[in-house]
Design a protein around this ligand. Sequence first.
Ligand code: KIV
Ligand code: NA
Length: 276
Amino acid sequence: NEKFTVSSFMESKKKGRKISMLTAYDYTTAKLLDTAGVDSLLVGDSLGMVVLGYENTLQVTLDDMVHHCRAVARGAKRSLIIGDMPFLSYHVSAEESVRNAGRLVQEGGVHAVKLEGGREILKHVKAILDAKIPVVGHLGLTPQSVNMMGGFKVQGKSEEQARAIIEDALMLQEAGVFAIVLECVPAKLARLISERLSIPTIGIGAGSDCDGQVLVMHDMAGMYSDMVPKFAKRYAQVGEQIEEAAKMYIQEVQEKLFPEEKHTFKIDEETLSKLY
Ligand code: KIV
Ligand code: NA
């Protein structure tokens, strides 16, 4: 199977072939999703919530991201790996933004980075692109701005907000990003933006007219229940399965049903007799 690249994103949009993306944070999961044939793996800073147990994504550090990107990069063969730039790693200066994006590529092994925001981070997006690191944009609900937004809320319902998102999308495209994630915006606004852009949009809670879709793996597989957003379709109940499996294991340990003979190792009788 051929590698999915930055150009594959553009070709997919031209052909009307939908792009599939899922988050991954570790080697084993990355390998499973890559083998399943997903186009792109996002090492999202959502790992702060679903892997590290934080309330939001603000406490995730660049070191956390590098650590998880490395694990995912080792597990994926075909899919394009995108690493999220965490809060404050692309806000201070263009220089710092390039250095930090560079760490995700050089130490983390990702192919591209994703940044939340529009016009306010444009200078930093351009600097990262100048270093030849492909960039994905992220507009609408941008979780790193949760304290400014006053919660995780749908964005772009008012004319003013919708216009700002459209303009930001066009500015990011003009700057050279190869895709834009649209999170929690009305489906018809996402459709309008997708039609207006030549680069693909990747939607999450943004309807079916985006050029691709992304879901958090733990939502997709049904493993995370602290917060279940409206758009989080559960394709399996892996969380319940793990809990059930653990209950059976606990019971078998207590009843001495596990381990069985076939799970154990032998020593020959003669050697054993010398030990008594
Ligand atoms: O961190 C993340 O998982 C994301 C996706 C929800 C787009 O940014
Ligand atoms: Na993210």
